[in-house]
Design a binder for this molecule. Sequence first.
Ligand SMILES: C[S@@+](CC[C@H](N)C(=O)[O-])C[C@H]1O[C@@H](n2cnc3c(N)ncnc32)[C@H](O)[C@@H]1O
Length: 217
Amino acid sequence: MMSAVDREETDKVKRRYDRISPVYNQLEFVMERMAMAGWRQEFWEKVRKNLQTGDLMLEAGVGTGKNMPYYPEAEEVRIEAIDISPGMLSRAESRAEELGIEVNLRKMDIQSLDYPDNHFDLIVTSCVFCSVPDPVLGLKELKRVCKPAGKILMLEHMLSDKLVLKNLMNLLNFIPRHIWGANINRRTMENIERVGLKVAAVKNLWLDVFKEITLTP
Ligand SMILES: C[S@@+](CC[C@H](N)C(=O)[O-])C[C@H]1O[C@@H](n2cnc3c(N)ncnc32)[C@H](O)[C@@H]1O
């Protein structure tokens, strides 16, 4: 049986991202410069290799649209992008306009997607499963809306398996969680296994914390 969405927790995450949306890009500036921008570039090269003309792609948890500069051309691929936070979405909308990108932006919860089964050829997430209140539910939804021959590509951070770092991440988790609802101690690989998604490839980008993951339903 499908477990229910925790509305209260989901609303809390939405409010936190709404609150930080005006300064989100500034808050992430150093991390973006130091590592994320390079990882995004490499990640999107992989995304493009997995896309064919006419495909339908979903970016789940689009945020302020940081991946948009790497999107394929609209004549190649149709793109949908969703987020729970109207504040983040409005920044994504401005970014899309600025870049002249055609993308259908919608406010939607990854834990209960308003799309039919087997709908997308490719689904992309980056740094999203740290803040989805019930990541297992979110992963189940991605599995449901992905075509059987489709793929899910993720650039995500998670709890380390290395004892000292793991304890530290668990200890400090309350800080990012309280500020913007993001957890640094999610067991994403275990959650992926729990929902029955198959790991086609996984690459560690920084220790065993930041990973690039390719999944099939
Ligand atoms: C850390 S940000 C990452 C944004 C973007 N993917 C990036 O790489 O910059 C996480 C995003 O996930 C969104 N999010 C969190 N929970 C969500 C949910 N249940 N459904 C849809 N989006 C969600 C947040 O609103 C936020 O925009």
